[in-house]
Design a protein around this ligand. Structure first.
Ligand code: B12
Length: 372
C-alpha cells in the first residue's frame, strides 16, 4: 500500500478507550525502561541501530510512547501513519536498519502484554500488529521519500540561499547582516521571516532528516536564527495602529519556538501588545497571566504530535475557568498544518495556515471585539 492507501486503511482500527490510553500514560516510565532494556540486550543491536549511540534509540522509544498516547487519546490513526512514515525515513537515513522497527514493534507488544492483561490491552497491541503487517509499505514509502529532492523558487530565493549557506557555515555575522540589509519596512520583515528564515529552517530540517547535517549543525542554525530575530527586533520599523493584548507561546514540552516567535513579532508589528512567552511553557502560568492581563486571545504553537496531550490539558483548564470564558484560543504549528481539522477536534477557536493567516485571523477577532 502507498501512503494514501495506508491513511484510508488505518481507519478500520478499533478506537482505544480513554481508560486504556490513560493506563498506558501512567505506566510510561516502566514501559519505556522495559523496551530499552529488552532492545539493548539483543545480540544484533549494534547492527540494528547502525552503530549509533544507544541513547538515540532510547530517545526514539521515549518519543514513541508519548506520541502513541496522543494517538490513542485522540484516536487519530492518520497522525500515526504519517509520523511512522517520518520515523522510518529519518532513522533509516541516520543508519538504523529497517529491521530495527520489526524488533521494536514486537518488543512493545511483549511489554504491553507483560504489564497489562493481554485482553485489556488488545486494542493497542492490534494497532502494533497492523503496523507490523505494513512494515514493508513503510520501508518503501521511506525509500521514496529519501530519494526525492524538493527544489523551490521565489523572489527572495537568492537571499534565502545565501542565508542558508551562512547558517550551514555557522556564520552568524553574515546572517545578521543579510537581515539588516534586506529589511526596511513591515512587508520586508514579513518576507524575510517567511521566505528566508522559515524556508531555510525547513531545509535545515530536511537535511537533518536525510542525515546530511549533524544535530550540532541543526542546533547551531536555530541559535543563529534566534540571534538574527533579536537583531530584527532592534530595527526601528514603524508599527501599525494600536490593537489589543495577546499572549503567544509554545505548548508545554514544545522546544520549537521560532514559528511562534515569528507570529508574535508579526502581531507586534501589527500594533498588538504581545506577551511572548517562548518555548516549553506550562499551562498554569499562562492561565494566571491571562487572568491578570485579560488578552483578546491566547495563541499556542505545537510542532510535535506528542505535545498535543499537553495542549489538550491546557484547553481543559482554560475552558473550565469561568473568568476566561470569553478568551479566544488560536493554535497552529507544524502538526496542525499536517492535519487541517485537528484544531476543531481539539477545541480551539481558530487555526491559521501560517503566521500571516494567523495575523489576519487576529485582525478579525480584534474587529469583533471592538464592535462588541
Ligand atoms: C530547529 C528545529 C529544532 C530545534 C528548535 C529550536 C528552537 N529554538 O526553536 C530543536 C533542536 C530544539 C529541535 C528539537 C526537536 N526536533 Co526539531 N526541528 C527543527 C526544524 C529544523 C526547524 C523548526 C523551525 O524553526 N521551523 C521554522 C518555523 C518558522 O516554521 P514553523 O514552526 O512551521 O512555523 C511557521 C508556521 O507553522 C506558523 N506557526 C507556528 N506556530 C504557530 C502558532 C500560531 C498561533 C500561529 C498563528 C502560527 C504558527 O508560523 C511560522 C511561519 O509561518 C524542523 C524542520 C521543520 N520542517 O520545521 C525540525 C523538526 C520539526 N524537528 C523534528 C524533530 C523530530 C525534533 C526532535 C524530536 C528531535 C529529537 N530527536 O530530539 C526534538 C523535539 C523537541 C521538542 N520536545 O519539542 C522533526 C519533526 C518530525 C515530525 N514527526 O513531525 C522536524 C520536522 C525535522 C525533520 N525534518 O525531521 N528541533
Amino acid at each position: 500500500m502507498n501512503l494514501n492507501e495506508l491513511l484510508v486503511d488505518c481507519k478500520k482500527l478499533d478506537p482505544i478507550s480513554y481508560e486504556l490510553a490513560t493506563a498506558i500514560y501512567h505506566k510510561q516510565n516502566d514501559l519505556i525502561d522495559q523496551v530499552n532494556h529488552k532492545m539493548a540486550s539483543l545480540e544484533n543491536i549494534d547492527a540494528l541501530i547502525g552503530g549509533n549511540p544507544e541513547y538515540m534509540m532510547n530517545d526514539n522509544h521515549r518519543h514513541h510512547l508519548l506520541f502513541m498516547v496522543n494517538v490513542f487519546n485522540l484516536n487519530f490513526f492518520e497522525m500515526m501513519v504519517r509520523t511512522v512514515a517520518w520515523v522510518y525515513s529519518s532513522y533509516s537515513s541516520h543508519g538504523f536498519n529497517f529491521d530495527y522497527f520489526i524488533y521494536e514493534l514486537k518488543t512493545w507488544i511483549e511489554v504491553y502484554e507483560n504489564e497489562f492483561e493481554p485482553e485489556f490491552v488488545k486494542p493497542v497491541t492490534d494497532v502494533y500488529r497492523w503496523l507490523l503487517e505494513h512494515h514493508e509499505d513503510f520501508c518503501q514509502i521511506s525509500r521514496e521519500e529519501n530519494s526525492t529532492n524538493k527544489p523551490k523558487t521565489d523572489e527572495w530565493f537568492v537571499i534565502k540561499q545565501e542565508f542558508l549557506g551562512a547558517l550551514l557555515a555557522g556564520d552568524h555575522r553574515t546572517c545578521v547582516k543579510l537581515a539588516s540589509a534586506s529589511i526596511s519596512n513591515s512587508d520586508d520583515m514579513e518576507k524575510f521571516y517567511l521566505q528566508v528564515i522559515k524556508e531555510a529552517m525547513y531545509e535545515i530540517g530536511y537535511f537533518w532528516q536525510q542525515a546530511k547535517i549533524t544535530t550540532a549543525q541543526e542546533h547551531l542554525a536555530s541559535a543563529i536564527v534566534t540571534r538574527v530575530m533579536t537583531s530584527i527586533n532592534l530595527l526601528d520599523i514603524p508599527r501599525n495602529s494600536k490593537k489589543g493584548k495577546a499572549i503567544v507561546t509554545a505548548s508545554t514540552n514544545e522546544y520549537h519556538e521560532i514559528g511562534s516567535w515569528i507570529f508574535a513579532d508579526l502581531l507586534d508589528q501589527d500594533g498588538w501588545d504581545v506577551d511572548y512567552l517562548g518555548a516549553n511553557t506550562p499551562a498554569d502560568p499562562v492561565i494566571s497571566l491571562a487572568k491578570k492581563i485579560k488578552p483578546v486571545f491566547v495563541a499556542i504553537s505545537v510542532t510535535m504530535p506528542f505535545n498535543l496531550f499537553f495542549l489538550k490539558n491546557f484547553i481543559k483548564l482554560l475552558r473550565s475557568d469561568a473568568e476566561l470564558c470569553n478568551l479566544k484560543l488560536m493554535v497552529d504549528g507544524k502538526v496542525f498544518q499536517e492535519f487541517p481539522d485537528l484544531w476543531k477536534e481539539i477545541g480551539a477557536d481558530g487555526c491559521a495556515n501560517d503566521a500571516v493567516s494567523g495575523r489576519n485571523l487576529a485582525r478579525n477577532w480584534w474587529k469583533e471585539c471592538s464592535l462588541a
